[in-house]
Write a protein that binds this ligand. Sequence first.
Ligand code: DQA
Length: 146
Amino acid sequence: AKLLVLHGPNLNLLGSREPAIYGRDTLAGIDARLAAQAQAAGHTLVSFQSNAEHALVERVQQAGAEGIDWILVNPAAFTHTSIALRDALAAVAIPFIEVHLSNVHAREPFRRHSYLADLAVGVICGFGADSYALALDAAMRRLAPT
Ligand code: DQA
């Protein structure tokens, strides 16, 4: 199957961005590990990061056209603001998991609300880079064996 990982704004800075909250792993390192984890199970995984809401919306629309089976998305700050990203995910109707490195429920109150979470199959947060690996495992368990 084909999986897509989407990373929202400022996640390109992972590794140096507030490491006490987000850890020391770089985005390139996380993406490489996810691709290997998917490949080991016979699946294909591609990643996309953007700081721009419109680019993420367009990537989701493209995912619908290219037959992506599952999406893992860390919408970053757009989690708390983006009706457009929510509408794009609803439009393509691809099952998705919302992922956060930090435990958004243990931080500022404005991080507790997500515009995407009620459409997600599930939400994984608080495990640092492991949040992505756990989400990928959950998605692959729901795919037919290859
Ligand atoms: C985040 C949490 C968001 O609140 C924040 O805006 C981010 C990263 C996380 O992975 O913990 O940029 O999505």
